[in-house]
Write a protein that binds this ligand. Structure first.
Ligand code: SAM
Length: 285
């Protein structure tokens, strides 16, 4: 039985192992059973599924995952947590802990070697200092995974979920939308963690698209246009892209391309959706 989703037992484990929190590793452990239930429900885990957990900490979410999935592989950077995990997960035979930096883990090999024949999902209460590199890394690697369900800063969740014309909409919203559908599972206040983080949190599920839903001839160009447009988001798209150091389109070329797409020449990038950025890059290719 999972016994770690509360403050009392978390404090007991920390005391027993004389563990000191490392701020630099973003260590904020979950102490709320309801939130843990919401995460595992939100991740849509089947009993034949394989789960990759990033940053198991003292094993709180890991216990919940082990009870739902066929197998859990958890990647933890802090070597001081390994003996703690050996203790808190001793009742489970379907878990493997890897003491590694997730940003250096060969995920393709891990999935091939550990999860043959299984549907794979990523579930984590992420270390917030590397939220974006972890999420974008997982998506850009085009791993054979169904979805990614993660606790992240509320502010980053808002940016990922934002649509055209809103203040949170930007390059991150578009980059994620290219690879996945997004769904907000829950908002989570600071008092659900030990120690309490300074920011609010949210759990989001990214359902990985098995096929792209936009046709792009040159992905690199599309993302360069997106970056240029949001690098100077108060400018018109034509001015922002024409001024961009990395791109060499003239104002006339850009105005003509927008016209071809039926868009106003004074349009700002922040009003375009992913399909429109894809179409613009295709016209300019
Ligand atoms: N899963 C636990 C929970 O929910 O209570 C702990 C989550 S805590 C927010 C983030 C965890 O990620 C910590 O255990 C931390 O040591 C670990 N971590 C930080 N950076 C990491 C990295 N680069 N690779 C793997 N784990 C990392």
């Amino acid at each position: 039985m999972a016994d770690l989703g509360n403050a009392q037992n978390t404090a007991k484990v920390i005391k027993k192992h004389n563990f000191s929190f490392r701020k630099r590793y973003g260590q904020n452990f979950l102490i709320d059973g309801h939130v843990l239930d919401r995460i595992v429900e939100g991740a849509l885990i089947g009993e034949e599924d394989g789960i990759i957990e990033i940053g198991p900490g003292i094993g709180t979410l890991t216990q919940y995952l082990c009870e739902r999935a066929k197998k859990v592989v958890a990647i933890e950077i802090d070597k001081d947590l390994i003996p703690v995990l050996d203790d808190t997960l001793s009742a489970y035979t379907n878990v493997k802990i890897i003491n590694e930096d997730v940003l250096k883990t060969d995920m393709k090999a891990l999935i091939r070697d550990e999860f043959a024949g299984m549907h794979v999902k990523v579930v984590a209460n992420l270390p917030y200092y590397i939220t974006t590199p972890i999420i974008m890394g997982l998506l850009e690697m085009r791993l054979p995974i169904d979805n990614i369900t993660v606790m992240i800063q509320k502010e980053v969740a808002d940016r990922i979920n934002a649509g055209p014309g809103t203040k949170d909409y930007g390059a991150l919203s578009l980059a994620v939308a290219y690879y996945a559908g997004t769904y907000l599972v829950a908002n989570v206040p600071p008092n659900c963690f030990m120690p309490r983080p300074k920011v609010g949190s949210a759990v989001i599920r990214l359902s990985v698209l098995q096929e792209r839903n936009v046709g792009v001839k040159d992905e690199k160009l599309m993302f360069s246009l997106i970056r240029a447009a949001f690098g100077q988001r108060r400018k018109t798209l034509v001015n922002a892209v024409a001024n961009s150091a990395g791109l060499s389109f003239s104002k006339q070329e850009l105005t003509d391309a927008l016209k071809e797409l039926g868009l106003d020449e004074n349009v700002r990038g922040e009003t375009l959706d992913l399909q429109q950025f894809a179409a613009l890059s295709n016209v300019l290719t």
